[in-house]
Design a protein around this ligand. Structure first.
Ligand SMILES: [Zn+2]
Length: 122
């Protein structure tokens, strides 16, 4: 997950700015290609996508960044396909409590491996 996720022109209140959303994948594409200067093939491999897909991602990413810089929009990096929010979970089988970034059918208790758990409100 990137360290910085929100950028905006100085001196303009956030509420008055149009916001452009850049996905983590798009930011990663720019980081690999433009910052680390890797070859297209290598970038595509690192992101587990085909070269044409990588090219499509980076074209969109650069256009969004250019739009934000030129037109003065806010730029927000969003989670895209994943979320890093933590959930407090409790196992019904053994009573274990734990924090997990996963919260879906595949989530299992780290102690007894049961998938009979519930969310605990913090
Ligand atoms: Zn358990």
């Amino acid at each position: 997950m990137p360290e910085f996720t929100f950028f905006k022109p100085a001196g303009v209140p956030k509420a008055e700015l149009p916001e452009i959303q850049l996905t983590v994948e798009e930011l990663e594409a720019v980081r690999l290609r433009d910052l680390e200067a890797l070859e297209y093939e290598e970038c595509a491999q690192k992101m587990s996508v085909s070269r044409p897909t990588f090219h499509r991602i980076i074209v969109i990413a650069r256009k969004k960044i250019a739009e934000a810089l030129v037109n003065g929009s806010a730029l927000r990096v969003t989670g895209g396909n994943f979320s890093l929010a933590k959930h407090q979970l409790a196992c019904r089988a053994c009573g274990h409590h734990w924090e997990d970034i996963m919260c879906c059918r595949r989530t299992r208790c780290p102690i007894c491996q049961a998938n009979d758990w519930h969310k605990v409100d913090i």
